[in-house]
Design a protein around this ligand. Sequence first.
Ligand code: G6P
Length: 612
Amino acid sequence: MCGIVGAVAERDVVPILMEGLRRLEYRGYDSAGLVTLGDDGELHRAREVGKVASLEEALGEQPIHGRLGIAHTRWATHGAPSERNAHPQFSGQDLALVHNGIIENHGPLRKALKEEDYRFLSETDTEVVAHRIHQHRLESQDLCSAVQTAVAELDGAYALAVMDRRDPDCIVTARQGCPVVIGIGIGEHFVASDIAALLPVTRRFIFLEEGDVAEIRRDQVRVFDAHGNAVQRKEIESQLSADAVERGEYRHYMLKEIHEQPNAVAETLEERLTRDRLLPAVFGPDAETLLPAVEGVHIIACGTSYHAGLIARYQIEQMAGIPCNVEIASEYRYREPVVPKNYLFVSISQSGETADTLAALRLAGKKPYLARLAICNVPESSLVRESDLVLMTRAGPEIGVASTKAFTTQLSALALLALALGKAGKRLDQAAEAAAVKELRALPAAIEDALGLNDEIEHLAEQLVHRHHALFLGRGAHYPVAMEGALKLKEISYIHAEAYAAGELKHGPLALVDEDMPIIAVAPNDALLEKIRSNLEEVRARGGSLIVFTDPETGFEADAHSQVITLPKAGGKLTAPALFTIPLQLLAYHVAVHKGTDVDKPRNLAKSVTVE
Ligand code: G6P
């Protein structure tokens, strides 16, 4: 959600903080701010409502400098986006704090602090933490131990970075439920919510674990676990370059990421398939004994990742012949899920930090699952660290809030899972395995071909710009593809879009159909083709305007009321959902561009949802 960046160095840290904020802006963009400790020994703060560019403008007019600083880009939870609610929050003129997450017991803490004469200038839960640390600091005289004492009193999820004017060489950071990474430099150190923020200054990172508190000085980093013991956390060297998160020649990150899909999918499949076989080591050494025992699968995820799970259900049931249920993490975590014997828990997440998905994983840890498998895009994430088995998607950093390449790489990874379960359950013979592998290997090139529809779709998008609603239809595994298409359109163009299983049309949504309601159908050349064709006739008979995405040779013809977009090549059962996703992504993208919305940072949304 919010993004945090901090630095302690010999040089002016403001350019580092501002570059970090620009790179973290995908996490939240209601307001932004930073604070430094100036050479005069005072805290200097700038905060602006709106995007990081507004803060940049303000700093252009009134520059701030310093060798110690923390900064924040906000996605509002407690208190509207306003300057006084923007971070950093202060306690008096001494202590500054930036925070990501939600403090659930801020109410009683606030009451107690007010009784001690602390004044509150914002509506945020964050200010409570700043005052509480300030209060403990009076007793301990040491910022790190004051933070340790204060965080022990907090309920909820947080990542914090704190600095105090009385300690000019120190940032203290803490994590519980929200990611924190420390960047290691030479004679300078950094902290951030995501390594993307720090790639221009270092590639060496330490990831904090749950409950950790760390003291970051110019020449030293000390980490303490939740019990206050000094611990060594592993340092890793990232292979990512600063350019991996640059937009390059593309107008938007989303467009760049749409075009990166052939490569991202190829990377995700690489070294996991031979010419005609799935390699046994794909899910790790334990999987070889574990997968044959699996009698059913529970898939849990949120948002776009949930749609990937819904598609995988059809593939797992068909290839492995075992039951597969898919559920939204925020629902699963508050049920009392009944887990039959020999079930595999699968979580899907781009970021690996989504609060509800992590909570579901932790709940699953208390249930008698055979194992918990994570399908994730961020190797250092909490989800990966806490799962028993891991299959990494290799999409690379995804910056656009609307997920694109993360989705198609998840579909590729899930196809590998369906294949592995089919093999392990002895339901797939060698010939079927070879056919599935051949189909998967052809996917990157087929996506490249599908991207060739760009101009046709850009033209089509003009017709949707002034619409207020759209209905997406699909059947079978293409029903969740339609759901993903509807989600993309509503997320970035703000057009109300819903998806229906085409068979449900006559049970309600048909009443909405008239000449103002575009119906967007996903109609591949599969066993359900004739079924969806009949559903679309029902629409046509009621004067609805149709946009049909289909395969070659399905016989759909354009006329005054319907337009047909034909994929260059048909996919098979494992790959068609990914292929049909491409034109739907392009459609949403071009409608949003025509409408002039902020494609990469749609209003009210954030990329990484680390609060409930
Ligand atoms: C947010 C993002 C979506 C994403 C969802 C789940 O809503 O905007 O793009 O699908 O979170 O995120 P995850 O990182 O768990 O896949």
